[in-house]
Ligand binder design. Sequence first.
Ligand code: AMP
Length: 443
Amino acid sequence: MSTFKDLGLFPEILKNLEQAGYQTPTPIQSQAIPQLLQKKDLLGIAQTGTGKTAAFSLPILHHFASEPLKVGPGKARALILAPTRELVTQIAQNLEAYSVNLGFKMAVIYGGVNQNPQIRSMLRGADLLVATPGRLMDLMNQGQVNLSQVEVFVLDEADRMLDMGFINDIRKIERTLPKKRQTMLFSATMPKSIASLAASLLNNPVRVEVNPESTTVDRINQQLVRVDKKEKPNLLRSILEESGAARVLVFSRTKYGADRVARDLQKHQISSAAIHGNKTQAAREKSLNHFKEGRIQVLVATDIAARGIDVDSVSHVINYDLPQDPESYVHRIGRTARAGREGIAISFCDQTEHDQLEAIEKLIKKKLPLHAVYSSPVPDEMIKKANLVTPAFRPARHERPAPQTAKKPAAEPAVVHPSEMRPGRRLKKTTATTLAHRGTRHH
Ligand code: AMP
């Protein structure tokens, strides 16, 4: 299953997904949606960021759109429980985006705010009710909510619910639901307590598990190159030309930057395309397909546009610019090393990006190994001595401390003079190749 259309979703929903910029289902979506469309129960082991909200929402909307039913006052057709107000709001926003023009009534219930608007919205009846357990129990006890018509029950972030002490509420709520219903339980972890909750709530469930990105990240060979800002285009080309990498995803911070990088590569006969929010849906799909088919070597993307890109054989992710938000680093490099493969992620860091680098290293709890410095000017003497086998380690020129002695360092780093990037000079080749292949040697 490679597209939402293949999944057989209701046409209006497909339109809404397109509008939201979703192109391809994420792994949990392509695994869970077909099962849920058959009204099976589901045990989903997945974290936020995997696309689990759409995975459970889309089949619900599909069923309700296919079989519209009138809901009475105080009643609901789908009940989605989540531990926090933030999560409830987020789920409701997603449901809204996916169900534009479908005419569903939605109610959102959580504590800490006046309950009257929530009661009023329940008076209309709700196709979709998204709630935290505590306030929902209150309103049920007041006779404002009646769950006897619920057809689908979703328990999201079950492990957090248990941590927050919601277990009794959940059990009480569940006892008021019809026995005949579809139930889905999502949890990032599966301790015994969740397993037993799942066993009591779910009926012969399908189990879908997606790896949290952090375990994927461990398989990725991550490399850092210190580079002068103005040398980034040369460095990128040199890596691409020499590595022979077939599918390279390059991340740029801005749409404008993505276009510029793609244009520069094209000018140098490297097949590439940019995808970002200013491109039409059709243009984005075309580029993505060409990339998947191997007709273009390089896809240059912004973070937003790259969401949901699920191409199995991306060999290299290159962070042309470091992301503002360190979480994006993890998402970006997670585009490689899919399906058990190894992947290489090379990050460029220029003189203005130290803070971003620090934030990333703090988040992933390790230092990115520095593999080269690509800086100008570098004395010829240094180039001659550059030891390209030893992992390079040398701060870029501008941040080097003033030399204290005349002594030479024991191992010379791989420092590349930009003038060496001209055709015919071997140093360029060696360095780029070293960079690009170092990660694949330890098979
Ligand atoms: P979730 O794991 O449900 O919190 O989703 C994480 C983020 O990914 C949300 O911002 C969703 O809007 C987005 N998202 C979910 N599925 C897709 C998809 N197939 N394509 C693009 N973005 C998606």
